[in-house]
Design a binder for this molecule. Sequence first.
Ligand code: GDP
Length: 436
Amino acid sequence: MSSRTDADRCTVVVGCQWGDEGKGKIVDVLAEDVDVVARYQGGANAGHTVHVGDSEFILHQIPSGILHPGKRCLLGNGVVLDLLQFFEEHDALVARGIDLEGRVGVSLRAHLLLPWHRVLDRAAEAGAAEKIGTTGRGIGPAYEDKAGRRGIRVADAADLDRFSELMARGTERARKRLLALGLPLDGDDARALDEAMEQSAALRERILELAVDTGLEVDQALRAGERVLLEGAQGTALDLDHGTYPFVTSSNTTAAGAATGIGIGPTRIDAVLGVVKAYTTRVGNGPLPTGFDDEMDARMRELGGEFGATTGRPRRCGWFDAVLARYAARVNGLTGLAVTKLDVLDTLPEIGLCTGYRLPDGSTVTEFPADTWSLESIEPVLEMVPGWESSTQEARTLDDLPAGARSYLDRIEELTGAPIHMVSVGTRRTQIIHVA
Ligand code: GDP
């Protein structure tokens, strides 16, 4: 296997901003050197885009390690599994020639995301006074059912009678909820839900064939000396506890969530690699402290191709927020940073880094505040540095980079307090600098 040491045998890869940091590409690059890649939270709202040769793959639930032949890919108990979407993605990969035989495992403890969760998600968002900007894919309601102890787990599929009973009960409950929300399902919508439920139920045996105890499997892999990557979806600022609540996702995206979301103890994790974009983006609602004005926002969106992989939604853009990145370094216990999309800044004459937040009373804070609403009224304290105005795309070592780009990376390292281990300078696998 790999010649690297045991220091990072079990590594968590975690997003350190609002998601879309390019985790898919980093996991894809690292996957070459590991045996198992496991997703620990989230659902089909996350979309990783990975470029292999001239092909583009958008993965929603299956870890991006799947694009490396022979690697085992797991979905942990912390994931909410959309059966229809999962098999659609699974079969699409097979249709594109990816051999999945014996390579995908799903936790017996993972909760199922069912068609009614999508319907409830859209209804709740439509009726909400404070819109979260959800993707409408049912993730929130599926986690609500899990926490409410009425969810259906993969393990429940083992017993046909129990499974059918739980599915019928869940459908009935969803109908009542919709009625209570003043949005009763009727006509075509009711028929579409019934049909989708039947399609989901028909996948019972297929999902059982893939069902495993992911904690046990990862534990055994580590004991056998194999290398494991634990892959998160979304990012730190979208963590249910540590993000910009309520504009967050419904699970723990941060590194600690990897232990609970796979079923291993935190002491089994050796390294935590935080992924940050060289600037900041955010999709969905909620504050973005370093957000650009409209003109610069549109320019960066074009330069960085900042449109959602799952929904196509335009992302809002801003300068690199070192306050958030330093917070992410602490909350995740980062042992290293991967900086992505450095090349997107190649043409800019001047680049900003946010070192603090100026409050309306004139004082400045450098710790990320718990009060999400206070972020609406802060002014970012910006440090402007000269751009390098040349291409970084061909760089494969730090020395290949223009001096300005190196200084920019040094400053990111200084401000976040985490050492940079990787720098990504383009969408392709080869466009990567390994620092450590
Ligand atoms: P993820 O969910 O964190 O994996 O992020 P997304 O897949 O939503 O967004 C990352 C996008 O940026 C994808 O289209 C990647 O191909 C692209 N990308 C990743 N790294 C780089 C990079 O270093 N440079 C450029 N230009 N694009 C990148």
